[in-house]
Design a protein around this ligand. Structure first.
Ligand SMILES: NC(=O)c1ccc[n+]([C@@H]2O[C@H](COP(=O)([O-])OP(=O)(O)OC[C@H]3O[C@@H](n4cnc5c(N)ncnc54)[C@H](OP(=O)(O)O)[C@@H]3O)[C@@H](O)[C@H]2O)c1
Length: 262
């Protein structure tokens, strides 16, 4: 496959960084956007080492001007974009009535409005070239809502609604929209959540049957799903990829060896 040009939002950590590295390993040019430029520079070095051509730019997906500026700079540096991965996201769990309006707005503006504005900016050039991939990083919450995450769940259900609408709107144009729907994963998200909220939150997840074990995905698993979608040959459309952590073995391994996946 010939090298292509990709843009990844939220590429400074977690899934976004792993996706950028994986696309770099294909030899692609990758525009990395997020607010923390120092972190982006570190990921860009990995992209280069993997054989890709990185471009780093400041991006705040809550701001239209920032999205326009980042896209324009990326296109000027790397050329027209073949693939856009809308991955930037935040989540701050709490009971809805104890969540500030500012935190709710932040979740909706970043996760949902950001995804809408990024896709809106990406589509015209893809339509003109009759080829392109839009990937939306959703969450299992979109189809399996969780207590303590009303705003986050609403934002991700919205992302999947947006992606489904686009799949119809773009049918027959050569532009594919894919939902990648991760389950629980180990990234930077959650590291600053307070124990006072996390304790009752996990207890309520268990109560409602949405926490069956404590295995977490690594970001590379999501990067592999994104690579599958965007390298699927023309004529194939992976419209939804759901990725969950595999449950730990029920029986201990012989000699107490680590299980596959640990
Ligand atoms: N972790 C999980 O269990 C899980 C499960 C399902 C889905 N997801 C989704 O996966 C995506 C990636 O999250 P992650 O788990 O990899 O968490 P993460 O490590 O915290 O990464 C989030 C990324 O989003 C960026 N970001 C946040 N606000 C932004 C803004 N306003 N503008 C631009 N970039 C922004 C962050 O960069 P800066 O702070 O540098 O801007 C960071 O690069 C999110 O959409 C999340 O909802 C996560």
């Amino acid at each position: 496959m010939s090298a292509r040009v990709a843009l990844v939002t939220g590429a400074s950590s977690g899934f976004g960084a792993a996706i950028a590295r994986a696309l770099g390993a294909l030899g692609w040019s990758v525009a990395l956007g997020a607010r923390r430029l120092d972190k982006l520079q570190e990921v860009a070095l990995d992209v280069e080492k993997a054989g890709g051509v990185p471009f780093v730019g400041a991006l705040d997906v809550r701001e239209l001007e920032s999205i326009d500026g980042f896209f324009a700079a990326a296109e000027e540096a790397l050329g027209p974009l073949d693939t856009v991965v809308s991955n930037a996201g935040v989540g701050a769990p709490n009971r809805l009535h104890e969540t500030s309006p500012e935190d709710l707005r932040e979740e909706l503006d970043t996760n949902l409005m950001g995804a809408l504005l990024v896709a809106r900016r990406a589509i015209p050039s893809m339509l003109a070239r009759r080829r392109g991939d839009l990937v939306f990083v959703s969450s299992l919450n979109a189809v399996q809502p969780r207590p303590f995450q009303a705003g986050y769940t609403a934002s991700k259900a919205g992302v999947e609604g947006l992606a489904r609408s686009l799949q119809m709107e773009l049918e027959g144009t050569g532009v594919r929209a894919t939902i990648v729907r991760p389950g629980a994963s180990r990234t930077e998200m959650g590291r600053d959540w307070s124990a006072e909220v996390v304790g009752p939150m996990l207890a309520s997840w268990k109560h409602w049957g949405v926490l069956r074990h404590h295995r977490y995905l690594v970001p590379e698993s999501i990067a592999a799903a994104v690579v599958s979608a965007v390298t699927a040959p023309p004529g194939t459309h992976l419209d939804l990829i759901q990725v969950n952590p595999e449950a730990p073995l029920l029986e201990p391994t012989p000699n107490g060896e680590p299980e596959p996946g640990d």
